[in-house]
Design a protein around this ligand. Structure first.
Ligand SMILES: NC(=O)c1ccc[n+]([C@@H]2O[C@H](COP(=O)([O-])OP(=O)(O)OC[C@H]3O[C@@H](n4cnc5c(N)ncnc54)[C@H](OP(=O)(O)O)[C@@H]3O)[C@@H](O)[C@H]2O)c1
Length: 248
């Protein structure tokens, strides 16, 4: 069937798609014709998103997975490839954050941030690379953060995101010759449920810092991701940093 959609016939796995940036990205990719595997821990949220996608005529598979668990991350990738027969894009969006100074972050919170924001990035990539290498093509998109490039008062979270950004650029240099692209997305404040998962005192401090500033929308980040993944294969969009206009 002839179609002018830019991602027709392409398959994307979005890890961390049950809300916010991941969910908006799934919808944006489907709009351009991609088939999507959507993954996260909250299955009811994924099912609701899958329903919206099907209503729009999109092809979708919901997968329950905790990306910080190596076996679950591997099974997630295997399931997506098994169902769709290929994997063109892996989008690593899953993340947690306690945007607090070092001394106001618990060791349990350090551990969760390192496990989800860093290991939760490495495990899916490790599992997806062989298929992309066999295809001689693929695109890995890593959602890091502005706090992975600049310094904001969120010490441990910032450390995990600096690791994500450094890893993205290093990986890009390593696998570009295999035809695999790597893009790092570094947003400033985005209006999602991200802060609602923080401890009350941390959440209140963050909300106070942000004040009445107009934040980015998840759809703004999805549009940036869509830009990166719809470029010709010779173009690797390395890093996109997007901040709210009013954010310092
Ligand atoms: N909002 C911001 O201001 C902002 C700014 C810069 C960067 N970011 C980054 O953007 C990404 C998306 O955040 P968001 O703003 O869209 O927040 P969000 O709505 O809270 O989304 C976070 C997503 O990550 C998933 N997730 C968390 N832990 C997971 C795990 N162990 N395994 C699988 N999935 C997991 C969540 O799903 P489940 O809970 O269902 O598993 C959810 O789908 C994160 O990496 C975040 O660090 C956000």
């Amino acid at each position: 069937m002839q179609t002018d959609k830019k991602l027709s016939g392409r398959v994307a796995l979005i890890a961390g798609a049950s809300s916010g940036i991941g969910a908006a990205t799934a919808l944006a990719l489907v709009e351009e014709g991609a088939s999507v595997a959507i993954a996260a821990r909250r299955m009811p949220r994924l099912e609701a998103l899958a329903e919206r996608i099907r209503e729009r005529g999109g092809e979708v598979l919901a997968i329950e997975a905790d990306v910080s668990d190596e076996a679950q991350a591997a099974a997630m990738v295997e399931r997506a490839i098994g169902d769709f027969g290929r994997l063109d894009m892996l989008l690593c969006v899953a993340g947690v954050g306690v945007a607090a100074p070092f001394r106001n972050t618990t060791t349990a919170e350090y551990q969760e941030m390192v496990e989800v924001n860093f290991l939760g990035l490495l495990y899916p990539i490790h599992a997806a690379l062989p298929a992309m290498q066999r295809q001689g093509a693929g695109h890995i998109v890593i959602v890091s953060s502005g706090t992975g490039r600049y310094i904001h008062p969120s010490t441990v979270y910032s450390g995990t995101k600096h690791a994500a950004s450094a890893m993205a650029e290093s990986l890009r240099r390593e696998i570009g010759r295999d035809g695999i692209r790597v893009t790092c997305i570094e947003p400033g404040a985005v209006r999602t449920e991200f802060t609602s998962h923080m401890r009350a005192s941390v959440r209140e401090a963050v909300e106070q810092r942000l004040g009445d500033m107009e934040q980015l929308e998840a759809a703004d980040i999805a549009a940036a991701i869509l830009y990166a993944v719809t470029q010709p294969r010779r173009v690797n969009v390395n890093i996109l940093t997007l901040y709210p206009t009013e954010q310092a």
